[in-house]
Design a protein. Structure first.
Length: 90
């Protein structure tokens, strides 16, 4: 999830972009914007960069293992075909 400081910064930027008449209610607007942003981001089920990077590494290792297993399977299947061909020639 995002750092609460980031929510505060986004809410502050949002409130600063409001027209001057609404700036009188700046603290209330910042608070409401912060709550709205937190709610929206929590519904998105976002992950941190660290979590994403960790899962990317797991995926890369899994792909490597899958490729190695595919090579082994192809070799085994090739070996079985050679044995089957030898048996039919006799």
């Amino acid at each position: 999830m995002l750092d609460p400081k980031q929510f505060d910064e986004m809410a502050k930027r949002f409130s600063e972009s409001l027209p001057s008449g609404l700036r009188d209610m700046q603290q209330e607007v910042e608070k409401n914007a912060r709550v709205a942003l937190q709610s929206a981001f929590s519904r998105m089920e976002l992950v941190t960069r660290e979590e994403f990077d960790a899962q990317a590494k797991v995926l890369a290792r899994t792909r490597e293992r899958l490729e190695a297993l595919e090579v082994r399977l192809a070799a085994l299947e090739g070996g079985d075909n050679a044995v089957a061909e030898t048996d039919t020639k006799d």
